[in-house]
Design a protein around this ligand. Structure first.
Ligand code: AHM
Ligand code: MG
Length: 307
């Protein structure tokens, strides 16, 4: 479906379906943001990963699900909060007449709702049925609910940062950085999980990073990765002793973030190689996540024993 000859419109994605997906995501962002103050409590349910679902997670999931499945060219939709994919009409594949599959984490970092810290929405657009490989991504992006609402969108042409604003006339996407690339000199790091639960090899790596970079960890991958894209550095949610596959999910979180960071000139790893090469086995499968400047990811791979 991608037409590489089509000129980009003000730096926006060239593929009309991809652009429509991110229009739909941007259109829901102000509504999600406005609804959060009343949804900072647990909903009383657990998701497929066995985690408590907040009222805000459910609200964002429903709104985004309705908006994304209504996009022409989206054939399948799944989210971190849904057991299985929803059929949105049309066979999914990479052929000219085939549709895309969209996987999202509707409200990444929603445990930050109570403490009023950063959160986001993560989106992956695949041209293969789910679960799919990161190599099947045609685009990926995220919304960051910080003091302002930004949206980062990556496709084969590069990575853009947009500001999303809403007024009486609707929702506007304006490109503020048309070619987002990782700074060459890294500055910040953020690692998830508890230190006693880190394997010894990752602990040693973290110790060497602590001596060089400044800690910036906010507990929402989107916010923490956005700092790495802005200042250079490394984000990890590592393999844990209690959970060798880590915490983050391949389809909704790891693949889209790896795609964005790699398109921005950085690198990703599951400990052994690019996250984009991780074999997809299940929609809710987890993987260790390491993303950032290439040199720091090379050092990580040399340090950890990923067998
Ligand atoms: P969520 O999608 O249920 O919010 O979980 C993912 C989040 C990531 O944003 C973040 O990197 C991680 O969980 C934080 O976990 P922890 O609280 O264990 O540090
Ligand atoms: Mg998440």
């Amino acid at each position: 479906m991608t037409d590489p000859d089509r000129a980009t419109d003000g730096g926006r994605p060239a593929d009309p379906t991809v652009d429509a997906v991110f229009d739909a995501v941007a259109a829901t962002a102000p509504e999600i943001r406005a609804a959060l103050p009343g949804r900072r409590v647990e909903s009383g349910t657990e998701n497929e990963s066995g985690e408590s679902v907040m009222a805000g997670d459910l609200y964002a999931d429903e709104l985004l699900g309705d908006a994304i499945t209504a996009v022409d060219g989206v054939g399948s939709f799944v989210s971190e909060e849904r057991e299985t994919a929803v059929d949105a009409g049309g066979a999914v594949g990479s052929g000219a007449d085939e549709a895309y599959a969209v996987a999202i984490d509707p409200l990444d970092g929603s445990s930050n709702l109570r403490s009023n810290n950063a959160m986001g929405t993560v989106v992956g657009v695949y041209d293969a049925p789910l679960p799919a490989s990161g190599r099947d991504l045609v685009a990926a992006g995220y919304v960051l609910y910080g003091p302002i609402t930004t949206m980062v969108v990556a496709d084969e042409t590069g990575v853009r940062e947009e500001v999303v604003t809403a007024d009486g006339d609707g929702v506007d996407r304006s490109v503020v950085e048309a070619d987002l690339t990782l700074p060459e000199t890294p500055t910040v790091y953020g690692f998830g999980g508890r230190v006693p639960d880190w394997p010894a090899d990752f602990r040693a790596y973290a110790r060497s990073i602590e001596d060089e970079l400044k800690l910036r960890y906010g507990g929402a991958m989107v916010g923490d990765v956005n700092q790495v894209l802005t200042y250079g550095g490394v984000f990890a949610y590592p393999a844990l002793r209690s959970a060798p596959e880590g915490k983050l999910r391949l389809q909704f979180e790891a693949n889209p973030i790896a795609y964005i960071v790699e398109r921005a000139g950085g690198a990703s790893s599951d400990g052994a190689g690019s996250i984009l090469d991780v074999e997809p086995e299940a929609v809710h499968q987890r993987t260790p996540v390491y993303v950032g400047n290439e040199g720091l990811i090379e050092r990580l791979e040399a340090a950890v024993d990923a067998d």
